[in-house]
Design a protein around this ligand. Structure first.
Ligand SMILES: O=C(O)C(=O)C[C@]1(C(=O)O)C=C[C@@H](O)C=C1
Length: 291
């Protein structure tokens, strides 16, 4: 195994910031898409994949979640939360006439985080979704002949020699993204660089069909045990309208009593429960995100 860690690449993505926040060393390989990166872990081409899971403004990165559900063998073994600052950048030859750009490239999540700016200040400009913010920056650097810009972070601007013409264009200041480390086997991954902030356990719960009050009973299995939940989300099962499963983040690590008993209670109600991971999480203060 030549590379140990995969991430949504190329260099200059936010995911690369997350990888570098957790891991030392340079055995890191950028993949063009999220599924490619997950496949590489499953096929043991790499040991770990670092991928975005949820953004504070835009919500879940559905591709990561949906593919994780389909590729059930992969487990979440760690999480890092990274501050996100989006900037508009152009090729240095367009700095003076940047207001005349015709297209802005970026990852769809990054475009969505900057809707106000795009709507109010860049009305005449078309947006084009690409595989990552880093890929957008790379494209702009390779096409000085085009009137094109990218939404990306300042490391991408440095990496690809672009000029930032408008800083902090994301709609809300408290912008963060959760990145997860995925592995083929359940375990816990600690960082030599960051302190553990806490633990989470993520469950995927499928309710029995036509069971009135099932979600209420699921929640009460945690509530009366005083088990704190930090997130609940429903996702379509893709088997027809109205069929959902639920993802629940518990704000503690898997123990011997409380969580197993809550799971047993849910199973006795006819729910199916899968543990997607029980893992430490870290906060990266984002010093490297300064411009
Ligand atoms: O395109 C990147 O730079 C990514 O790492 C992906 C991604 C995402 O999927 O949400 C990560 C963080 C930001 O929220 C914007 C884009």
């Amino acid at each position: 195994m030549a590379y140990k860690i995969g991430y949504l690449g190329p260099k200059g993505t936010f995911t690369k910031i997350a990888v570098d926040a957790i891991f030392n060393g340079d055995e890191k390989k950028g993949y063009t898409t999220i599924p490619e990166c997950m496949d590489a872990v499953e096929q043991e081409e790499i040991k770990y994949a670092v991928l975005p899971l949820e953004n504070a403004i835009e919500g879940t990165v559905n591709l990561t979640l949906d593919y994780l559900i389909e590729k059930k063998p992969l487990k979440i073994i760690s999480e890092v939360i990274v501050p996100i600052r989006q900037h508009l950048m152009v090729h240095p030859s367009h700095v003076k006439d940047w207001k005349n750009i015709e297209v802005i490239h970026s990852h769809p999540h990054a475009i969505a985080q900057c809707h106000h700016f795009l709507h109010e200040d860049m009305k005449q400009v078309r947006t084009e979704s690409v595989s990552s913010t880093g890929a957008a920056a790379k494209y702009v650097s390779e096409h000085p002949e085009l009137k094109v810009g990218a939404i990306a972070n300042h490391l991408a601007a440095e990496e690809y020699g672009l000029s930032i013409v408008k800083k902090d264009i994301h709609d809300f200041t408290n912008n963060h993204t959760r990145f997860v480390v995925l592995h083929k086997y359940a375990s816990e991954l600690f960082s030599k660089k960051l302190e553990v902030k806490g633990y989470k356990t993520t469950l995927m719960i499928t309710l029995p069909s036509d069971h009135p009050g099932a979600l209420h009973q699921v929640l009460s299995a945690f509530a009366w045990r005083k088990v704190n939940l930090s997130k609940i989300e429903s996702r379509p099962m893709k088997t027809g309208l109205g069929n959902y499963f639920f993802l629940i983040d518990i704000e503690q690590k898997m123990d011997d009593v409380l969580i197993p008993n809550a799971i047993a209670e849910l199973e006795s109600l006819g729910c199916s429960v899968e543990v997607l991971g029980s893992y430490p999480y870290f906060l990266f203060n984002g010093l490297s995100l300064q411009v």
